[in-house]
Design a protein around this ligand. Sequence first.
Ligand SMILES: [Zn+2]
Length: 324
Amino acid sequence: MIRQALDELKQQIPLLDYLQAQDWHPARQLSRGRWMGLCPLHDDRDPSFLVDSSKNLFYCYGCGRGGDVIRFAELYHQLKFPQALGLLRQWHGLAPLLHEVTRFYGVQLQRHAEATAYLHQRGLRSPDVIEHMRIGYAPGGCLRGWLLQLGYSLSALRQAGLVNAIGYDTFCHRIVFPLEGNLYGRSIGRAAPHRFLPAHKGGLYDWQQVRHCPQVILVEGLFDFAVLWQAGFHNVTCSMGIHLNARQFRELRDYRGTVYVAFDSDANQSGQQASQRITSYLASLGVTARRVQLPTGHDPNSFFVQGVGDAQQFQHLLEEEARA
Ligand SMILES: [Zn+2]
């Protein structure tokens, strides 16, 4: 019975799909269905991680570990077997649902002037950045009906955290940014500004796009990310808060370039203290990391939006840190 259920789960989640969702990319193909790439489980500099997509197995010639998708989830997320199963089940169930939700919220953004007005106020004017980040809008009160029409059950929506205990849409009057396996909602009204679904917030934002850049800029908020990206800094990533999770630390630990930490320069110093902690920690691991000193009271978003500086001046801030 148990074996059969495990086999089913493994069939539902092809190892290669799961690896790719965790930002893994094959470096080369050995033969049909067999791929080599950098090992996500140890600090690998020369591709030693073999994936056999027809057998759904992996093996690393560097750290000597191998197995199936469940074993991978155990090692990668540092979980015990039952927790790894739970995580895989959740991932498998949530991915298509969140895809549908993202599409729905994307359409709503075009229909609600208050949402585009808010984006303008936060300096997001380019359709490119909205498309790149797949930004949407949750007006509230219509997602549930739409998803039920598509055949999703109310209990699935509750479990994902999209609908609350009394059956209302959880995200209401929020700009929504899809993450990997989660959603981030920023309130445009009076509700608490930040909201995630109950799932794990995932790794660094857009990490697979930037991990090969010689320099990355790490910001704490997605509106900081958006204005920097819009200003042409496509080597930007975001930790979604000043507290990095284990996976985000691991991504930075394995990164070979220079990390510029551009957290908020707020009056209470919390952003600056956090960036100090992160840069020292990364330095202790041999990763080159620098703190970007923004004018007091500013974050990268307000730097651009309130006209403190432009792309060239932001670039100067980075270069100053590099010389320091
Ligand atoms: Zn390895």
